[in-house]
Write a new protein. Structure first.
Length: 61
């Protein structure tokens, strides 16, 4: 195989590996973002529950 052809094959493999890694990173980041949103919603719901159920009932009448 001529040197130029070998370089071209190597660059093709490198490009494919890079593209695969980028797609995998995008998918992982998407799922991490969804998980972070779910955690944020859970914390907000907990704060609202505490505010509605506990803190308001602790006030002195």
């Amino acid at each position: 195989m001529p040197p130029i052809a070998a370089i071209r094959v190597g660059l093709g493999v490198t490009f494919n590996a890079t593209l695969t890694a980028l797609v995998a990173c995008i998918l992982v980041m998407f799922f991490l973002h969804q998980l972070q949103q779910a955690q944020d919603r859970l914390v907000l719901d907990a704060r609202m529950y505490i505010d509605r159920r506990l803190i308001r009932n602790m006030r002195v009448h």
